[in-house]
Design a protein around this ligand. Sequence first.
Ligand SMILES: [Zn+2]
Length: 57
Amino acid sequence: MQCPLCHTIDIGKIGTNRYYCWHCLMEICLVSRRETKMFYVEPDGSLVPVAVEQKSS
Ligand SMILES: [Zn+2]
């Protein structure tokens, strides 16, 4: 598992199919094997969807 944005492997698992990147400060949700969604976490804990270009590789 890598961060789709910065490609670090230094991400923490926070739940089923959910990860957190300490570099981007973003939550990563694994929608399927090839699709991820990223969210910016607001200080109050709400999630803001972030559009990330998916690489087909
Ligand atoms: Zn990242």
